[in-house]
Design a protein around this ligand. Structure first.
Ligand code: CTP
Ligand code: ZN
Length: 154
Protein backbone atom coordinates (compact mmCIF):
# COMPACT_ATOMS: atom_id res chain seq x y z
CA UNK A 1 0.00 0.00 0.00
CA UNK A 2 1.66 3.21 -1.12
CA UNK A 3 2.53 6.15 1.11
CA UNK A 4 0.55 9.34 0.80
CA UNK A 5 1.99 12.84 0.39
CA UNK A 6 -0.50 14.96 2.37
CA UNK A 7 -3.53 13.93 4.31
CA UNK A 8 -4.62 11.48 6.97
CA UNK A 9 -3.91 7.85 7.68
CA UNK A 10 -6.34 6.21 10.08
CA UNK A 11 -4.54 3.15 11.35
CA UNK A 12 -5.43 0.36 13.82
CA UNK A 13 -9.09 0.18 12.83
CA UNK A 14 -10.64 -3.12 13.96
CA UNK A 15 -10.57 -5.64 11.13
CA UNK A 16 -13.60 -5.23 8.88
CA UNK A 17 -14.56 -1.74 10.14
CA UNK A 18 -12.90 0.44 7.50
CA UNK A 19 -16.13 0.97 5.59
CA UNK A 20 -17.93 2.02 8.78
CA UNK A 21 -15.20 4.62 9.34
CA UNK A 22 -15.61 5.95 5.78
CA UNK A 23 -19.37 6.09 6.24
CA UNK A 24 -19.01 8.06 9.47
CA UNK A 25 -16.75 10.53 7.67
CA UNK A 26 -19.34 10.78 4.91
CA UNK A 27 -16.81 9.71 2.31
CA UNK A 28 -18.38 7.93 -0.65
CA UNK A 29 -15.49 7.91 -3.08
CA UNK A 30 -17.13 10.48 -5.33
CA UNK A 31 -15.24 13.37 -3.74
CA UNK A 32 -12.37 13.09 -6.18
CA UNK A 33 -9.48 12.75 -3.75
CA UNK A 34 -7.56 9.52 -3.45
CA UNK A 35 -8.80 7.04 -0.89
CA UNK A 36 -6.97 3.82 -0.04
CA UNK A 37 -8.57 1.15 2.09
CA UNK A 38 -6.93 -2.03 3.25
CA UNK A 39 -8.82 -4.55 5.24
CA UNK A 40 -7.71 -7.51 7.32
CA UNK A 41 -3.98 -6.89 7.18
CA UNK A 42 -1.72 -8.48 9.77
CA UNK A 43 -0.91 -6.35 12.78
CA UNK A 44 1.42 -7.09 15.66
CA UNK A 45 -0.79 -5.29 18.14
CA UNK A 46 -4.25 -6.27 16.90
CA UNK A 47 -3.64 -9.50 14.98
CA UNK A 48 -5.67 -8.13 12.07
CA UNK A 49 -6.61 -4.52 11.32
CA UNK A 50 -7.90 -2.13 8.68
CA UNK A 51 -6.24 1.07 7.47
CA UNK A 52 -7.77 4.04 5.65
CA UNK A 53 -5.62 6.60 3.80
CA UNK A 54 -7.15 9.88 2.70
CA UNK A 55 -5.12 12.09 0.39
CA UNK A 56 -5.53 15.80 1.11
CA UNK A 57 -8.26 15.20 3.69
CA UNK A 58 -8.22 16.13 7.37
CA UNK A 59 -11.05 14.92 9.62
CA UNK A 60 -13.02 17.18 11.93
CA UNK A 61 -12.80 16.77 15.70
CA UNK A 62 -16.47 15.72 15.95
CA UNK A 63 -15.86 12.96 13.46
CA UNK A 64 -12.85 11.70 15.39
CA UNK A 65 -15.10 11.35 18.43
CA UNK A 66 -17.53 9.21 16.43
CA UNK A 67 -14.67 7.14 15.04
CA UNK A 68 -13.48 6.46 18.59
CA UNK A 69 -16.78 4.69 19.27
CA UNK A 70 -16.30 2.18 16.45
CA UNK A 71 -12.49 2.10 16.45
CA UNK A 72 -11.30 2.80 20.01
CA UNK A 73 -7.70 1.84 19.19
CA UNK A 74 -7.46 3.93 16.05
CA UNK A 75 -4.39 6.05 15.45
CA UNK A 76 -4.79 9.25 13.47
CA UNK A 77 -1.65 10.11 11.51
CA UNK A 78 -1.45 13.51 9.87
CA UNK A 79 0.87 13.43 6.86
CA UNK A 80 2.69 16.43 5.42
CA UNK A 81 5.23 16.08 2.64
CA UNK A 82 5.30 12.29 3.16
CA UNK A 83 6.14 12.59 6.86
CA UNK A 84 3.95 11.77 9.85
CA UNK A 85 3.80 15.21 11.48
CA UNK A 86 1.19 14.31 14.07
CA UNK A 87 0.16 10.98 15.52
CA UNK A 88 -2.54 10.57 18.07
CA UNK A 89 -4.88 7.96 19.35
CA UNK A 90 -8.57 8.63 19.34
CA UNK A 91 -10.12 8.90 22.78
CA UNK A 92 -13.43 7.39 23.74
CA UNK A 93 -15.22 10.19 25.61
CA UNK A 94 -16.71 9.52 29.05
CA UNK A 95 -19.81 11.48 28.07
CA UNK A 96 -21.33 11.53 24.58
CA UNK A 97 -23.72 14.38 24.07
CA UNK A 98 -26.18 14.84 21.22
CA UNK A 99 -24.68 12.28 18.85
CA UNK A 100 -26.73 9.17 19.58
CA UNK A 101 -30.42 8.66 20.17
CA UNK A 102 -31.79 6.82 23.20
CA UNK A 103 -33.75 3.76 22.03
CA UNK A 104 -36.31 4.22 24.81
CA UNK A 105 -39.26 6.07 23.21
CA UNK A 106 -40.39 7.47 26.57
CA UNK A 107 -36.96 8.84 27.47
CA UNK A 108 -37.05 12.56 28.26
CA UNK A 109 -34.25 13.11 25.74
CA UNK A 110 -36.73 12.14 23.02
CA UNK A 111 -39.68 14.29 24.10
CA UNK A 112 -40.61 16.65 21.29
CA UNK A 113 -40.30 20.22 22.43
CA UNK A 114 -37.91 19.40 25.27
CA UNK A 115 -34.62 21.22 24.89
CA UNK A 116 -32.74 18.18 26.16
CA UNK A 117 -30.21 16.54 23.87
CA UNK A 118 -29.24 12.93 24.38
CA UNK A 119 -26.47 12.13 26.82
CA UNK A 120 -24.76 8.78 27.14
CA UNK A 121 -22.19 7.78 29.73
CA UNK A 122 -19.43 5.32 28.99
CA UNK A 123 -20.00 2.09 30.94
CA UNK A 124 -17.29 0.04 29.28
CA UNK A 125 -14.98 0.60 26.37
CA UNK A 126 -14.39 -2.96 25.27
CA UNK A 127 -16.93 -4.24 24.53
CA UNK A 128 -18.48 -0.81 24.09
CA UNK A 129 -21.42 -0.14 26.42
CA UNK A 130 -23.07 3.23 26.87
CA UNK A 131 -25.84 4.16 29.26
CA UNK A 132 -28.44 6.88 28.84
CA UNK A 133 -27.90 9.51 31.53
CA UNK A 134 -31.64 10.18 31.72
CA UNK A 135 -33.35 6.77 31.71
CA UNK A 136 -30.54 4.27 32.20
CA UNK A 137 -31.13 2.40 28.94
CA UNK A 138 -27.92 0.76 27.78
CA UNK A 139 -26.75 0.44 24.21
CA UNK A 140 -23.89 -1.62 22.78
CA UNK A 141 -21.50 -1.56 19.90
CA UNK A 142 -23.95 -2.80 17.26
CA UNK A 143 -26.57 -0.19 18.18
CA UNK A 144 -23.93 2.51 17.99
CA UNK A 145 -22.67 1.34 14.58
CA UNK A 146 -26.20 1.10 13.29
CA UNK A 147 -26.98 4.63 14.40
CA UNK A 148 -23.74 6.13 13.09
CA UNK A 149 -23.92 4.54 9.66
CA UNK A 150 -27.66 5.03 9.47
CA UNK A 151 -29.00 1.57 8.85
CA UNK A 152 -26.99 -1.47 7.74
CA UNK A 153 -24.12 -2.85 9.76
CA UNK A 154 -21.48 -3.27 7.08
N1 CTP B 1 1.92 6.40 6.11
C1 CTP B 1 1.51 6.68 4.81
N2 CTP B 1 2.12 7.68 4.10
C2 CTP B 1 3.13 8.38 4.63
C3 CTP B 1 3.58 8.10 5.95
C4 CTP B 1 2.95 7.09 6.66
O1 CTP B 1 0.57 6.06 4.31
N3 CTP B 1 3.71 9.32 3.88
C5 CTP B 1 1.23 5.35 6.87
C6 CTP B 1 2.11 4.17 7.20
O2 CTP B 1 2.04 3.23 6.13
C7 CTP B 1 1.42 3.63 8.45
C8 CTP B 1 0.87 4.90 9.12
O3 CTP B 1 0.83 5.89 8.10
O4 CTP B 1 0.32 2.81 8.10
C9 CTP B 1 1.70 5.37 10.27
O5 CTP B 1 3.01 5.57 9.82
P1 CTP B 1 4.26 5.38 10.78
O6 CTP B 1 4.06 6.19 12.01
O7 CTP B 1 5.50 5.61 9.99
O8 CTP B 1 4.15 3.81 11.08
P2 CTP B 1 4.31 3.03 12.47
O9 CTP B 1 5.48 3.53 13.22
O10 CTP B 1 4.25 1.57 12.14
O11 CTP B 1 2.96 3.44 13.23
P3 CTP B 1 2.47 3.02 14.71
O12 CTP B 1 3.63 3.20 15.62
O13 CTP B 1 1.35 4.00 14.97
O14 CTP B 1 1.97 1.61 14.59
ZN1 ZN C 1 -32.86 7.48 27.66
Amino acid sequence: MSKIREGTVIDHIPAGRALVVLKILGITGNEGFRVAVVMNVDSARMKKKDIVKLEGYYPRIEDLMKISLVAPEATINIIKDYNVVEKRKVEVPKVIEGVLRCPNPTCISRKPGEPISSRFLLVSGSPLRLKCHYCGTEIGENDVIEQLVGGGRS
